[in-house]
Design a protein around this ligand. Structure first.
Ligand code: SF4
Ligand code: SF4
Length: 195
Protein backbone atom coordinates (compact mmCIF):
# COMPACT_ATOMS: atom_id res chain seq x y z
CA UNK A 1 0.00 0.00 0.00
CA UNK A 2 2.87 2.38 0.91
CA UNK A 3 4.51 1.62 -2.44
CA UNK A 4 1.30 2.47 -4.24
CA UNK A 5 1.10 6.00 -2.81
CA UNK A 6 4.88 6.52 -3.17
CA UNK A 7 4.64 5.78 -6.90
CA UNK A 8 1.75 8.23 -7.26
CA UNK A 9 3.77 10.90 -5.47
CA UNK A 10 6.86 10.19 -7.62
CA UNK A 11 4.75 10.54 -10.75
CA UNK A 12 3.36 13.91 -9.61
CA UNK A 13 6.81 15.10 -8.45
CA UNK A 14 8.56 14.33 -11.77
CA UNK A 15 5.78 16.12 -13.67
CA UNK A 16 6.26 19.17 -11.41
CA UNK A 17 10.06 19.08 -11.97
CA UNK A 18 9.51 18.94 -15.75
CA UNK A 19 7.01 21.81 -15.59
CA UNK A 20 9.43 23.91 -13.55
CA UNK A 21 12.14 23.52 -16.24
CA UNK A 22 9.66 24.35 -18.99
CA UNK A 23 8.38 27.46 -17.17
CA UNK A 24 11.97 28.60 -16.47
CA UNK A 25 12.77 28.46 -20.20
CA UNK A 26 9.72 30.56 -20.99
CA UNK A 27 11.03 33.47 -18.94
CA UNK A 28 14.84 33.15 -19.13
CA UNK A 29 16.93 35.35 -21.51
CA UNK A 30 17.33 33.85 -24.97
CA UNK A 31 20.72 32.37 -25.84
CA UNK A 32 19.89 31.74 -29.51
CA UNK A 33 17.76 34.01 -31.64
CA UNK A 34 15.85 33.65 -34.85
CA UNK A 35 17.67 35.34 -37.75
CA UNK A 36 17.75 38.31 -38.33
CA UNK A 37 16.92 39.28 -34.74
CA UNK A 38 20.42 38.37 -33.67
CA UNK A 39 20.87 41.29 -31.34
CA UNK A 40 17.53 41.84 -29.58
CA UNK A 41 18.87 44.94 -27.84
CA UNK A 42 19.27 46.74 -31.17
CA UNK A 43 16.38 48.83 -32.39
CA UNK A 44 16.27 48.31 -36.14
CA UNK A 45 16.82 45.56 -38.65
CA UNK A 46 19.67 47.60 -40.17
CA UNK A 47 21.45 47.65 -36.84
CA UNK A 48 20.82 43.95 -36.44
CA UNK A 49 22.62 43.37 -39.74
CA UNK A 50 25.85 44.97 -38.49
CA UNK A 51 28.82 42.69 -38.95
CA UNK A 52 32.46 43.02 -37.85
CA UNK A 53 34.42 45.43 -40.04
CA UNK A 54 36.87 42.72 -41.10
CA UNK A 55 34.18 40.23 -42.12
CA UNK A 56 34.22 38.92 -45.70
CA UNK A 57 30.94 39.39 -47.50
CA UNK A 58 29.82 40.48 -50.96
CA UNK A 59 32.59 42.08 -53.02
CA UNK A 60 32.47 45.56 -54.49
CA UNK A 61 34.76 47.19 -57.06
CA UNK A 62 35.21 50.96 -57.24
CA UNK A 63 35.09 51.52 -61.01
CA UNK A 64 36.73 54.93 -60.65
CA UNK A 65 39.74 53.38 -58.95
CA UNK A 66 40.23 50.11 -60.82
CA UNK A 67 43.20 50.50 -63.19
CA UNK A 68 42.63 47.18 -64.95
CA UNK A 69 45.88 45.56 -63.76
CA UNK A 70 44.16 42.14 -63.46
CA UNK A 71 45.96 41.35 -60.19
CA UNK A 72 42.70 40.22 -58.62
CA UNK A 73 41.88 37.99 -61.58
CA UNK A 74 45.33 36.35 -61.47
CA UNK A 75 45.22 35.67 -57.73
CA UNK A 76 41.65 34.37 -57.49
CA UNK A 77 41.96 30.63 -56.74
CA UNK A 78 38.52 29.76 -58.14
CA UNK A 79 38.63 31.92 -61.29
CA UNK A 80 35.46 33.81 -60.47
CA UNK A 81 36.89 37.19 -61.55
CA UNK A 82 37.12 38.09 -65.21
CA UNK A 83 38.70 41.39 -66.32
CA UNK A 84 39.00 42.62 -69.91
CA UNK A 85 40.86 45.80 -70.80
CA UNK A 86 41.90 47.85 -73.78
CA UNK A 87 44.65 50.46 -73.90
CA UNK A 88 43.74 54.11 -73.66
CA UNK A 89 44.09 55.74 -77.09
CA UNK A 90 46.41 58.79 -77.12
CA UNK A 91 44.26 61.90 -77.27
CA UNK A 92 41.29 60.29 -75.53
CA UNK A 93 39.91 62.10 -72.48
CA UNK A 94 41.10 60.14 -69.45
CA UNK A 95 40.12 61.02 -65.89
CA UNK A 96 42.64 60.25 -63.17
CA UNK A 97 41.94 57.30 -60.90
CA UNK A 98 40.06 58.25 -57.76
CA UNK A 99 43.26 57.60 -55.82
CA UNK A 100 45.12 60.04 -58.11
CA UNK A 101 47.04 57.63 -60.37
CA UNK A 102 47.20 57.80 -64.17
CA UNK A 103 44.95 55.50 -66.15
CA UNK A 104 46.56 53.57 -69.02
CA UNK A 105 43.82 51.00 -69.52
CA UNK A 106 40.06 51.14 -69.91
CA UNK A 107 38.24 48.32 -68.12
CA UNK A 108 35.85 47.16 -70.83
CA UNK A 109 34.49 44.19 -68.86
CA UNK A 110 34.79 43.20 -65.21
CA UNK A 111 32.66 40.45 -63.73
CA UNK A 112 32.71 38.64 -60.41
CA UNK A 113 30.71 35.45 -60.04
CA UNK A 114 29.75 35.59 -56.37
CA UNK A 115 28.25 32.09 -56.58
CA UNK A 116 31.79 30.74 -56.98
CA UNK A 117 33.60 33.06 -54.55
CA UNK A 118 35.10 31.31 -51.51
CA UNK A 119 35.75 34.60 -49.65
CA UNK A 120 39.49 33.99 -49.37
CA UNK A 121 40.10 37.76 -49.86
CA UNK A 122 43.22 37.19 -52.00
CA UNK A 123 41.80 39.56 -54.61
CA UNK A 124 41.58 42.45 -52.14
CA UNK A 125 45.17 41.84 -51.06
CA UNK A 126 46.38 41.79 -54.67
CA UNK A 127 44.73 45.10 -55.59
CA UNK A 128 47.24 47.99 -55.78
CA UNK A 129 44.55 50.68 -55.51
CA UNK A 130 42.25 49.00 -52.94
CA UNK A 131 39.50 49.21 -55.55
CA UNK A 132 38.11 45.78 -54.71
CA UNK A 133 36.80 45.35 -51.17
CA UNK A 134 34.48 43.20 -49.12
CA UNK A 135 31.28 44.99 -48.11
CA UNK A 136 29.10 44.33 -45.06
CA UNK A 137 26.33 42.95 -47.30
CA UNK A 138 25.78 39.26 -46.68
CA UNK A 139 22.16 38.92 -47.78
CA UNK A 140 22.25 38.60 -51.54
CA UNK A 141 20.73 35.25 -52.40
CA UNK A 142 19.04 35.02 -55.80
CA UNK A 143 16.66 32.61 -57.48
CA UNK A 144 18.65 32.76 -60.69
CA UNK A 145 22.35 31.84 -60.45
CA UNK A 146 23.21 34.26 -63.25
CA UNK A 147 22.02 37.15 -61.08
CA UNK A 148 25.01 36.49 -58.83
CA UNK A 149 27.41 37.53 -61.59
CA UNK A 150 28.11 41.20 -60.91
CA UNK A 151 29.34 43.64 -63.52
CA UNK A 152 31.82 46.36 -62.52
CA UNK A 153 32.87 47.83 -65.86
CA UNK A 154 32.06 51.54 -66.14
CA UNK A 155 30.98 50.96 -69.75
CA UNK A 156 27.98 49.40 -71.42
CA UNK A 157 28.92 46.75 -74.05
CA UNK A 158 28.39 49.35 -76.80
CA UNK A 159 30.57 51.96 -75.07
CA UNK A 160 33.26 49.34 -74.44
CA UNK A 161 33.23 48.46 -78.14
CA UNK A 162 33.76 52.14 -79.00
CA UNK A 163 36.88 52.21 -76.79
CA UNK A 164 38.18 48.99 -78.36
CA UNK A 165 37.54 50.31 -81.87
CA UNK A 166 39.31 53.59 -81.07
CA UNK A 167 42.46 51.76 -80.05
CA UNK A 168 42.26 49.33 -82.99
CA UNK A 169 41.98 52.30 -85.40
CA UNK A 170 44.90 54.01 -83.68
CA UNK A 171 47.02 50.87 -84.09
CA UNK A 172 46.03 50.59 -87.76
CA UNK A 173 46.98 54.26 -88.34
CA UNK A 174 50.34 53.76 -86.64
CA UNK A 175 51.03 50.65 -88.71
CA UNK A 176 50.12 52.51 -91.94
CA UNK A 177 52.41 55.43 -91.03
CA UNK A 178 55.28 53.05 -90.28
CA UNK A 179 54.81 51.25 -93.61
CA UNK A 180 54.69 54.58 -95.49
CA UNK A 181 57.86 55.77 -93.77
CA UNK A 182 59.65 52.51 -94.65
CA UNK A 183 58.57 52.83 -98.31
CA UNK A 184 60.10 56.31 -98.77
CA UNK A 185 63.28 55.61 -96.79
CA UNK A 186 66.47 55.67 -99.02
CA UNK A 187 67.99 52.31 -99.88
CA UNK A 188 71.04 51.50 -97.71
CA UNK A 189 74.40 52.37 -99.36
CA UNK A 190 76.30 49.47 -100.93
CA UNK A 191 79.08 48.11 -98.76
CA UNK A 192 82.45 46.61 -99.81
CA UNK A 193 81.10 43.09 -99.34
CA UNK A 194 78.08 43.80 -101.63
CA UNK A 195 80.28 44.95 -104.52
S1 SF4 B 1 37.52 36.48 -52.29
FE1 SF4 B 1 38.85 34.86 -53.13
S2 SF4 B 1 37.46 33.55 -54.29
FE2 SF4 B 1 36.36 35.47 -53.91
S3 SF4 B 1 36.78 36.69 -55.76
FE3 SF4 B 1 38.34 37.22 -54.24
S4 SF4 B 1 40.08 35.88 -54.71
FE4 SF4 B 1 38.27 35.02 -55.73
S1 SF4 C 1 40.24 45.61 -58.90
FE1 SF4 C 1 42.34 46.09 -58.30
S2 SF4 C 1 43.53 44.24 -58.74
FE2 SF4 C 1 41.56 44.06 -59.84
S3 SF4 C 1 42.02 44.86 -61.90
FE3 SF4 C 1 41.20 46.55 -60.66
S4 SF4 C 1 43.03 47.59 -59.85
FE4 SF4 C 1 43.70 45.55 -60.54
Amino acid sequence: MGNYFRNIWLGVWTVLVGMRITINHLVMRKVTNQYPDRYPDLKSLEEAKLVPTNSRNRLFVDKEDCNGCKGCERDCPVNCISVETTRVTPGDTVPLLRSGGKRNLWVTNFTIDMAKCCFCSLCTQACPTSAIVHTSEFEYSEYNRNDLVYQFSPFSPEEAQVKKDMFANYQAEQAAKKAAAAAVAPAPAATQENV
